[in-house]
Design a protein around this ligand. Sequence first.
Ligand SMILES: Nc1nc2c(c(=O)[nH]1)N[C@@H](CN(C=O)c1ccc(C(=O)N[C@@H](CCC(=O)O)C(=O)O)cc1)CN2
Length: 299
Amino acid sequence: MTAAIIDGKAFAGEIRERVANQVARLKEMDIVPGLAVVLVGDDPASEIYVRNKNRQTEEAGMASFEHRLGEDTEEQELVELVRRLNADPQVHGILVQLPLPDHIDENLVINAIDPAKDVDGFHVINAGRLATGQSAMVPCTPLGCLLMLRDRLGDLSGREAVVIGRSNIVGKPMAQLLLRENCTVTVCHSRTRDIADVVRRGEIVVAAVGRRDFVPADWIRRGATVIDVGINRIDAPEKGEGKTRLVGDVQFDAVKDVADAITPVPGGVGPMTIACLLANTVTACCLSHGLPAPQDLTV
Ligand SMILES: Nc1nc2c(c(=O)[nH]1)N[C@@H](CN(C=O)c1ccc(C(=O)N[C@@H](CCC(=O)O)C(=O)O)cc1)CN2
């Protein structure tokens, strides 16, 4: 068996097209969705993600507001910026790029964002709404994973799903979304006993541990759909001195001989994350104007 490769880059392009159509529709009503992205410090990977977010926001016809603060910015200064953005009617979505420098309490900053503008879906109110089956802003990476799973498998009801990783950003919301789809969900983590046997139950496996090559082929049930959320940068001397490349959490070359379908890294989940951020911003904009959330951008 050779797995189908799920093309996240192409799918993200489709989502961005849907976003651009919704933005054009809103412009006819003189409404321009706006996204504010806040970057604190100079982490090189975050710099790239923020640049891409701003570029793609503008390409979709939305307003992009970029705020860059120094590494030694005080927590209070960041919270004050968030409060100003909460009050700004041109801003419908606020995203504070993570990770933040160690001296800043991430939860405190995230929970200072107006939940209606929390397009990352990380605010405790949105997490609670998702967990209790109420309408919520859904975190972008799990939202992208779910859209790919539905596109590949259709109805997910009754499927055995295994999520590897229990982070607030991916693992927990992913598990909640799969539960909402009526999957039987198991969450594995560093203390899970007999993890190979547990993962082998999954018809759907979502790997989000942040450890390169963590999932070998003999953990994967034949015919499973495997979503690799890992983004691990490793040295790539074969590309030249000092060069690097990205690998996922799954041993792609071996697993593709067992799985029915698999997402690659790069080109899988990553591009979907930013496309879903744009989708969430349009949703937040519509809701703030008393319009319904666009059905083709939400789950
Ligand atoms: N506030 C947030 N911070 C972070 C999030 C998030 O969703 N909200 N997620 C990650 C980083 N991230 C977005 O911010 C992100 C990571 C990767 C990609 C992506 O497109 N990856 C490409 C490869 C890009 C490359 O070559 O480096 C791929 O996988 O194909 C987009 C967004 C942590 N922080």
